[in-house]
Design a protein around this ligand. Structure first.
Ligand SMILES: [Zn+2]
Length: 200
C-alpha cells in the first residue's frame, strides 16, 4: 500500500517506557483473557475497551488475521495494560490517520488511548497501533531504533517504526486475503454504519 507522507503518519503520540510485565498474576485469568482472542469467542480481552460498534469488525479481523490474533494474545497477557479504542471523523487540520497516547500510571501500569481517524483503514490502523503497544510491552528503545534506521522521529516528537508499519500492513493484507467476498462486503457496510454513527 503506497503512503504519501501525510497519509502515512499513523503516529504514536507520547511514549513513556512501560515497565516489564513480570508481576505475578492469576495465570488462569490470563489464560482466559488470551483464549478470547481465538474462536469461538473472537473478541479482544476486557482490558481493551472498544468504542461501541467496533466489535463486529474486530471479530472479523480476529477471524481472518493470524497476526491480529497473535497481537490480541500478547496484549491479553499484559496484566497491567489498559487501552481504549475510539474512532473519530472530525474534519480538522490534523494529518494523522491514527495515533496512540500512552501514559504510565503511578502503579506501574500502562494506559493507552488509541484514536482511529480513518475508519475505512481500520484493519491496518488497529494492527499498526496495537504493535506500538507491544513495542512498549517489549521495552523497545525507540531512540536507539531511530539511530539504527528502524524508527524515525516525527516533527511532533512522536516515533514511527518500521515494525508497526509492517504489522499494520500484514493484518490488513491477511484480512483481505482470507475474508470471503461476502464477508468483505459485510465489512464495507459496517464501515458505513460506523461513519454514520460517528458523524452524528
Ligand atoms: Zn505508528
Amino acid at each position: 500500500m503506497p503512503y504519501s507522507l501525510a497519509a502515512f503518519v499513523a503516529s504514536t503520540f507520547v511514549f513513556i517506557s512501560a515497565p516489564s510485565d513480570t508481576n505475578k498474576h492469576d495465570v488462569r485469568a490470563a489464560a482466559t483473557a488470551i483464549a478470547t482472542c481465538d474462536a469461538p469467542t473472537l473478541a479482544l480481552p476486557g482490558s481493551i475497551e472498544l468504542e461501541q460498534g467496533l466489535q463486529p469488525i474486530v471479530k472479523w479481523m480476529l477471524e481472518h488475521s493470524p497476526r491480529f490474533r497473535e497481537q490480541c494474545r500478547t496484549l491479553a497477557a499484559a496484566s497491567r495494560l489498559r487501552a481504549t479504542v475510539t474512532v473519530s471523523h472530525r474534519q480538522s487540520a490534523v494529518t494523522f490517520r491514527a495515533r496512540t497516547a500512552l501514559r504510565q500510571t503511578e502503579a506501574g501500569g500502562l494506559n493507552a488511548q488509541i484514536e482511529i481517524r480513518s475508519a475505512s483503514d481500520i484493519t491496518e490502523l488497529l494492527g499498526h497501533e496495537f504493535e506500538h503497544l507491544i513495542e512498549q510491552l517489549d521495552g523497545v528503545d525507540l531512540s536507539a531504533m531511530a539511530r539504527g534506521g528502524q524508527a524515525r522521529r516525527l516533527t511532533d516528537g512522536a516515533f514511527e517504526t518500521e515494525r508497526a508499519i509492517a504489522a499494520g500492513q500484514q493484518v490488513a493484507g491477511e484480512v483481505i486475503d482470507n475474508a470471503p467476498d461476502r464477508v468483505r462486503k459485510a465489512g464495507a457496510s459496517m464501515w458505513r454504519i460506523i461513519r454514520r454513527a460517528i458523524a452524528k
